[in-house]
Design a binder for this molecule. Sequence first.
Ligand SMILES: Cc1cc2nc3c(=O)[nH]c(=O)nc-3n(C[C@H](O)[C@H](O)[C@H](O)COP(=O)(O)O)c2cc1C
Length: 251
Amino acid sequence: MTRSISKLAPHLFTLTTRVAPRQLPLSSSIRTTPRTFSTTVTMSSQNTPINADAVLDLVKARRSHYVLNKDLSTCSAERVQEIVKQAVLHIPSSFNSQSNRVVVLFGAEHEKLWDMTTEVLKTVVPPENFEPTAQKMALFKGAAGTVLFFEDQEVVEGMQAKFALYADKFPIWATQSDAMLQFTVWTALEAEGLGANLQHYNPIIDSKVAEAYKTPSNWRLNAQLVFGGRTSEAGPKDFMPIEQRFKVFGA
Ligand SMILES: Cc1cc2nc3c(=O)[nH]c(=O)nc-3n(C[C@H](O)[C@H](O)[C@H](O)COP(=O)(O)O)c2cc1C
């Protein structure tokens, strides 16, 4: 995939819009506090050449790439940060609760994460089985950076206290919003010519991460997206027949 997002969306403009929590409560007895505020949003115009095929091309092009290098020539560290910031800002969340948090690591800070993870894994993986784990850690360390995805539990608990009827749903919705963020960042980095893979060494690395990167105790780690220069194409992938996974009625 060589097309960049900016090439796919050449007609960008900025507008000011009013944003309000828009989730409809399932029960009419629940009211969201009317909370409107101004924000500046960058959107593509209705005349943009982007259509669903362009979006689906990006979706299809996102794959897991495990052998990555430190080459960010197709997408600079600044550009990676901009992509992550834009995604954090615009990914939806239940009741616009905005529970997603991220830390982006480059260079030595990224390598420190994978050294720390290796040390933690040494305490749980028997030494005689450690070689494959060590090789995986070396792969991740050899990449250019890692995006750490967190959920702010203070936000989740605040929503639970405010809307007790949905208390059991807010943790699920927060995780779903974070998954949307992970997918968006992964897809966008791929669109810029990088490769990435998604890892889950939480919770065993949580305390080390919090200590190393000074994250608040209410930030709960969900996933680690390792990214870097692609060294090869992704491998083959099997697909279940779509007929077993899709139904339609009334079309
Ligand atoms: C929710 C989720 C969790 C995943 N966890 C891991 C993981 O811990 N380690 C890993 O190497 N890949 C992980 N993956 C990557 C999947 O194995 C991969 O996306 C899948 O095999 C399809 O391959 P593709 O990414 O190339 O399309 C995860 C993917 C998803 C969506």
